[in-house]
Design a protein around this ligand. Structure first.
Ligand code: NAD
Length: 257
């Protein structure tokens, strides 16, 4: 018996990185998983490679969608329900960065980041809550970041990620009476293509960039998608049914000061 037997989980941005790590963990624990990603062929490939727990009737699907677009989101949720038979868990994980110091940050840099993180989480949560409220059951896990607390060169991303913490608290208040838990995870440095791209941008090798991140972290290592997956699996499970509106920092203690 897995914690997610009979459950359908939708994870945005799950074609790779943290989302794929979470999708794998949920699938291992019995869930049917919808991998929703802007990159449709990568979403299909990742979904096809997800495990199916022994003896489980779970199935997975890959769906191409832009979380920042209302029509695309509605169509994605409709497909999940039609293909996988319902929806119980939503993880708003899709994300991008457009880093720059304020004086060089363009209006496009600002709008793109707000659109994917904030509007994307809003649209996906709104589409999912119809089903969650009707069945009086649902779990939403948003993905914030330690950058919410402030990070040079990330005014747009930091504002969006702290915005998600307020969004999480508010949905916790609104949806709690309907059997819906809403929480967030704020990852620290996680080794993915996103952080590899940052290394390239600051002119460092991936190895040196990860080593530097590990050195100023109390646990002296970087994080991996599996670290976020473990926390997400707990928050999306019924063991966490008395927890709502919270942001859990999964960062090796880097924000402790
Ligand atoms: P990643 O770049 O490896 O993966 C992000 C995925 O999101 C990609 O597959 C991409 O195609 C998808 N995506 C982007 N825009 C989309 C859209 N409009 N609609 C649908 N899908 C879209 O990134 P990651 O490192 O796995 O990050 C995942 C989440 O975790 C993001 O929200 C990120 O901000 C957050 N986060 C990452 C770190 C880290 O250190 N990697 C730290 C804190 C928070």
């Amino acid at each position: 018996m897995g914690r997610f037997d009979g459950r359908v989980a939708v994870i945005t941005g799950a074609a790779r990185g943290i989302g794929l790590g979470v999708a794998t963990r949920f699938a291992e624990e019995g869930a049917s998983v919808a991998v929703v990603d802007l990159d449709e062929s990568a979403a299909a490939e990742s979904a096809a490679a997800l495990p199916v727990a022994a003896g489980s009737s779970a199935k997975h699907t890959g769906i191409g969608a832009d979380v920042g677009n209302g029509a695309s989101v509605e169509a994605a949720i409709d497909r999940v329900v039609a293909e996988l038979g319902g929806i119980h868990i939503l993880m708003n994980n899709a994300g991008i960065t457009r880093d720059n110091l304020l004086f060089k940050m363009t209006e496009d840099d600002w709008d793109l980041v707000m659109n994917v993180h904030l509007k994307g989480s809003f649209l996906m949560s709104k589409a999912a809550q119809k089903h969650f409220v009707a069945q009086k059951y649902g779990k939403i896990v948003n993905v914030s970041s330690t950058s919410a607390l402030g990070n040079r060169g990330q005014a747009n991303y930091s504002a969006a990620k702290m915005g998600l913490q307020g969004f999480t608290r508010t949905l916790g208040i609104e949806l709690g009476p309907f059997g819906i838990n809403v929480n967030a995870i704020a990852p620290g440095f996680i080794a993915t293509e996103m952080t590899d791209a940052t290394a390239a941008r600051v002119g460092m090798s991936v190895e040196d960039f990860r080593k530097a991140a590990a050195e100023h972290n109390p646990v002296r290592r970087v994080g991996y998608p599996e670290d976020i997956a473990a926390a997400a699996a707990f928050l999306a499970s019924d063991e966490a049914s008395y927890i709502t509106g919270q942001t859990l920092y999964v960062d090796g203690g880097v924000t402790l000061g």
